[in-house]
Ligand binder design. Structure first.
Ligand SMILES: [Zn+2]
Length: 381
């Protein structure tokens, strides 16, 4: 009954689709799940939703399922703040009159100009590098991860290297990109059932769209990292825009969830020394990955791959563990919150680590894994 009452309160005037990863990729990543929509800016002036409402709504969404779980809603704490933020799903910039942001940017900008004056923006925000001469961009002086995988800046620059693997033997860098999202409650329930904690790389615009679902991430004990405001290629941006993409995502996580992230992941892994310095100025460590599950390719119209191929990618990591490859460290595996696949069910032993949660692989991985399916469907069976 409560669910029905809330449904009436929440209402929906959804008119626009998300365009998170590469224009609608988030929707493509969620085949069979609910359509992701949001309203047109005329959010309802509903009073702040309390903690108890939060759990009711989550339960409601889970049990009702279908498109209703993705109805737009207004959350007063965010509605009161949103004028102080860039427009969601648009390239971020420093908001007019935001003196605190301007002061911090000015300090960071000076450091960028001092440390890496010759590293310039390149390509477009959607990753078009035609005409870009890549020669030397993989050197430690520029250290562009995108091509060649440079993760260790030149020592004399005094820039933190990326995290690409975990220093803990037999561990697993367990993280999920691109949330939060209205359709992920079943997935979070699933993690709870498996007693698994993970690192969630949240997109700022998704936190704005789905603040209650973002709250669930922190309530469930997951670690929250920044995944930029509008999910575009960071090395294409000016210092100021790159700063704003990180700054406002970190800020919305602090404003809505009450925690200040110390970690971030560049969309598409697109990072170089200039962007590293900007993130470091906000005390955020860059976490990329050593292995790609390629779950993001599953279900996409272009370059789609089959579930079996995603499984094979995971199996490769598991086989490497069996062969002793992780006797001194653990892999960081790229996986997405909105992906269709989740084969990590049997990684049970927990290690703590400051910047990313880990799971110790067992030799029986994949044996008890659920069929490849949406998390939504898994939980409603
Ligand atoms: Zn992403």
């Amino acid at each position: 009954m409560l669910g029905i009452a809330l449904l009436a309160l929440l209402g929906s005037t959804s008119v626009e689709g998300h365009k998170g990863c590469g224009g609608g990729e988030i929707m493509r990543r969620n085949p069979g799940g609910a359509l992701v929509t949001r309203d047109d800016g005329t959010w309802q002036s509903e009073a702040a939703l309390s903690e108890s409402h939060l759990s009711c709504i989550l339960h409601f969404q889970l049990t009702i399922g279908g498109d209703q779980s993705c109805m737009a809603y207004s959350y007063a704490p965010w509605a009161d703040l949103k004028d102080k933020y860039p427009t969601i799903w648009e390239t971020a910039g420093i908001v007019e009159g935001d003196q605190e942001a301007m002061d911090l940017f000015s300090k960071i900008n000076a450091t960028v100009n001092q440390k890496v004056p010759n590293v310039q923006p390149r390509g477009t925000s959607n990753g078009d590098w035609s005409g870009v001469n890549q020669t030397g961009l993989n050197s430690p002086e520029t250290c562009w991860w995108t091509f060649g995988g440079c993760s260790t800046p030149a020592a004399d620059l005094d820039i933190q290297p990326d995290i690409t693997t975990l220093p803990i033997p037999e561990s697993w860098g367990y993280g999920f990109d691109d949330g939060p999202n209205c359709s992920h409650n079943a997935f979070y329930d699933y993690l709870n059932e498996q007693n698994q904690k993970a690192t969630m790389f949240f997109i700022g615009s998704n936190v704005a769209d789905w603040p209650l679902q973002a709250l669930r991430g922190i309530k469930d004990g997951h670690q929250i990292c920044v995944h930029t405001w509008s999910h575009q290629y960071m090395t294409s941006f000016s210092n100021e825009v790159a700063f704003a993409e990180l700054y406002y995502t970190r800020k919305i996580i602090k404003d809505i969830l009450g925690v200040t992230p110390k970690c971030w992941r560049p969309p598409f892994g697109d990072v170089d020394n200039r962007v590293r310095v900007i993130a470091e100025g906000m005390n955020m460590t860059n976490i990329v990955w050593s292995d790609d599950s390629a779950d993001w390719k599953a279900g996409a119209a272009a370059n789609a791959i089959t579930p079996a191929q995603v499984d094979a990618n995971y199996q490769e990591v598991i086989d490497a563990q069996k062969n002793g490859s992780y006797s001194t460290h653990g892999p960081v595996v790229l996986t997405h919150e909105l992906s269709t696949y989740h084969p990590l069910i049997c990684w049970t032993s927990t290690y703590g680590q400051t910047t990313i949660q880990c799971r110790k692989p067992s030799n029986s991985c994949l044996k008890s894994r659920p069929p490849s399916n949406t998390f939504y469907l898994l939980l409603s069976q």
